[in-house]
Design a protein around this ligand. Sequence first.
Ligand code: C2E
Ligand code: MG
Ligand code: MG
Ligand code: MG
Length: 285
Amino acid sequence: HVKERGRSDFRFYQRQMNIDLLSRMKLDHAMRLALEHGDFQLHYQPQVDLASGDVIGVEALIRWHDKDLGQISPAQFIPVAEETGVIVAIGNWVLTHAVQQAALWHAQGRQLVMAVNVSALQFQQANFVASVADALSAAGLPPDRLELELTESILVRDADEALKRLGALAELGVKLAIDDFGTGYSSLSYLKRFPIHKLKIDRSFISELPDSDSDTAIVRAIINLAQALKLCVIAEGVETELQRHFLVSAGCDEFQGYLCTPALSHEALEQFMEKGDKQPQTKLF
Ligand code: C2E
Ligand code: MG
Ligand code: MG
Ligand code: MG
């Protein structure tokens, strides 16, 4: 078993090395070609209301299969895209496509919020708010069906400019979420200054629930903070029934994670929803 673990670790490191050995510029070039050739795809992971068991939203997550490099994880290529700047073009592609898909589902009468990840560099573009407004009006999606997932780094960079932009987005009617909440460096004071709607508790605090005393304390504190500030709170990376149960009893609003399903292609997600199976509901006693 140790041997097997060693072997799969080796495979992981070898793959990692393949990516590292490619120069940043080569990967940058491959990403630009992937945009041109339509090699990127979006998958969608459900966000589930903990009280009703209903799927009330999905997060769009980018997927890339390169014919030479194979499947490349966004955890590997997004940081490089942020370094080289190609994230701006990728982010625009993601926004446009996610909003189009959301509009299709909206037209079919599905009540879903589409959550889209936004990188700092993308957010800092002078035309960012306009590009969000354009994507919404081109697709005919009501703005409150779109939620932008921002990281704390966006809020610390240039706080005054960020405040202006977030205000403009909130005015449009778009929802704003803080992704990977609890892992950033920023002070909590931004939560009262910025028009935020939702906190996403980072997976690193969820994975050892309910056994870890420190993680249970941190997660309870984040949920209490969200409740006090009248923000919605969602846990990401929920994999077990025990984790879900803990979150329900701690008063969390929503969850996302493999316990429901990993991210799915749009067809697979539609099938998943057709099955109509609700996620297990809040039954504490
Ligand atoms: P994130 O936004 O925090 O997304 C959550 C990540 O956790 C996703 O990884 C998702 O597949 C994974 N995940 C969800 N549920 C579980 C679970 O129960 N267990 C475990 N172990 N993992 C789970 P993914 O798709 O590999 O994306 C990684 C990161 O790459 C994302 O983290 C986000 O920061 C970035 N990313 C992905 N798509 C985009 C995009 O379109 N634009 C930007 N700017 N970043 C993106
Ligand atoms: Mg996210
Ligand atoms: Mg996240
Ligand atoms: Mg995360």
